[in-house]
Structures are given as C-alpha cells and as structure tokens.
Design a protein around this ligand. Structure first.
Ligand code: PGA
Length: 300
C-alpha cells in the first residue's frame, strides 16, 4: 500500500467538510485535483471512502475507520515537523563545540555573549588538545571546532575569526625582561618548558625554531598551559604560549612577555567543520556569530 501524507491531508479535509469544493478552497487546489487525490487513495486502500447520495457526500464505514487513523497519523506528523523545526531553529537546540585547550581562555566570553542572544540554546563544550580535535573532526562527532591551525586539504572548511599571537614568557625577575628587541639567536640554548606532543602550540613552536635554525633546550613537558605558567613562575625555564593564556599573570605582575626579534609568532583562531557538513541552525548561527562579532571580544 502506497500513499502520501499529502493524500491523507486531502482526505481529512474532505471528510471534515464533506464537500469537495470547500476542501479544494481550503487546500488551494482545484476540485478535480482533490477528486483525483481521493480516487488514488481509494485505489490504494481498495475501498470507497466516500459515497454520494444526491448532492451530498458521506463517509463510508471504511472512510470513518480510516479517518480516525489518518487524524492520528497527521498529528504525529505535525509533532515530528515541530520537533525538527525546534532542532533547526537557532533559538533552541543543541550546540556541540570542541575547542583547543588554549582557546578555553577566551571562549567563555564568546559563549556568554552568544548565550545572551540565544538563552534557550543548550551548549556542550569540550576542551581538548589539537590532536583530539583532529580526531573529532574526522569522526564527525562535533558541530564545530575552534583551533589554532585548520587541517590541510579540501576536506575541511575553516574561517579565521581572531588573532592568536604566541609570545615568550619569563618570570618578572628574568634578566631578559630588561632587554628590548632581543636577537632571536640569544634564545639558542635556553630551556623551554613545552606542551605535550599533541598540542598545536607545541607544533607551532617547533616549526618556528626549526625555520629560524635555533636550537633550544627542551625542558619539562607539561600537559597544560596552566602547568607551564606555574613552572615558568617557579623559574624552571621559559615558556612559549598564546598571549590569551597569560592575561591574568601579566596583570598580576607574575609573568612578563619578552621583547624578542620575530615575536609574537602570529597565528589565528579558526572555526572549523568538515566540508559539506549540514550544520544545524544553531551551529551555523554560532559560526556566523564568531566570524562577524567576535573580533570585538578581543578588547574585553
Ligand atoms: P593547543 O591548541 O591547546 O593544542 O596548543 C592551540 C592550537 O590549536 O594551536
């Protein structure tokens, strides 16, 4: 048996009016079009649904039975349409984003701004390093990712929405804090505390020193920006971090940014998803929000 929701709706309308002309008017169809839909439905069911007595139209017994089911089906169908609308609508729905550990330092401000505009959106935020983000992107388990460097190739769409300068930090009593435009070669042989190997910051740092032929001493490997900051303050070495991560320590005078030739390393923050991904309305709203409005948050 094959019938369409549209045929069921036409049937329900005729049954409600018991009049083909009025049903046609309500449905913005011609009367022959309504008759044809009913005829096709009757053929599918193998039963007459209406009978004409004189000029009047009546439901047959089969028609009465079918009408009860059709009403239940169309109600369910409307529930489904509403649920899908809610999922698509950017006023509610669920936003699943994953951000690089380092992006965690500014993403809360962005989410607060977005939440003010869309208070009914439910947000799930995962904070992890670059390697884990790449895995999530390839497995398509998140809506959007915020990361420091999008993967190469055509498989991903990435929009750059904010600068991400990387700086060298030292304890405030370090002698280099007194120097201006320190030649890069003076970093050769210095001990740097480094992030774990899946970190985007670490990759950027290694590329930078390789490119400039500077060989540093790799000190402790630490799994978070916080751990690096604490260890730099404790005098265990220098740190190379995103400036976003050290705002508070700079204000409290616990760390200093060194003034070094070729610094800051200018990177950017990107919002990334797989090419061709059908973003939910909420995800696409959040992406537009990042691309259009977030630059102002850098001043926050
Ligand atoms: P990280 O992220 O926290 O993995 O270093 C920053 C980035 O993606 O560059």
């Amino acid at each position: 048996m094959h019938f369409t929701i549209r045929q069921l709706r036409v049937f329900e309308c005729v049954a409600r009016h018991l009049n083909y002309t009025r049903a046609a008017q309500e449905l913005f169809l011609t009367q022959p079009a309504v008759s044809m839909q009913i005829k096709q439905l009757e053929d599918q069911f193998g039963l007459p649904l209406f009978e004409r007595l004189g000029k009047r139209v009546f439901l047959t017994v089969a028609g009465q039975e079918v009408l009860g089911h059709v009403r239940a089906i169309t109600r369910q169908y409307e529930d489904l349409e509403n649920a899908v609308d809610r999922l698509k609508g950017h006023e509610s729905g669920h936003l699943r984003i994953s951000v690089a550990t380092t992006a965690n330092y500014f993403v809360a401000n962005l989410l607060a701004m977005f939440n003010q505009k869309h208070p009914n959106v439910r947000i799930t935020l995962d904070v992890t390093n670059r390697e884990a983000l790449l895995k999530q992107l390839s497995e398509n388990t998140v809506d959007l990712v915020i990361m420091g460097q999008p993967p190469d190739g055509d498989d991903y769409e990435a929009g750059n929405f904010m600068d991400n300068p990387l700086v060298v930090v030292a304890p405030t009593n370090h002698p280099y804090t007194q120097r201006r435009n320190l030649p890069l070669k003076e970093l050769a042989g210095q001990t740097f505390l480094v992030r774990e190997s899946g970190s985007g910051t670490r990759v950027a740092m290694e590329r930078f020193f390789d490119k400039h032929g500077i060989s540093i001493v790799t000190g402790m490997e630490l799994g978070s920006n916080e751990a690096i900051k604490q260890s730099v303050q404790a005098g265990l070495g220098l740190g190379l971090l995103s400036r976003d991560t050290v705002q508070m320590e700079l204000e409290l005078g616990r760390l200093a940014i060194l003034d070094i030739e070729h610094f800051p390393i200018m990177r950017h923050w990107y919002v990334v998803h797989r090419s061709g991904k059908r973003l939910s309305a909420v995800a696409s709203e959040f992406k537009s929000f990042l691309l259009s409005e977030s630059r102002t948050t850098q001043k926050m």
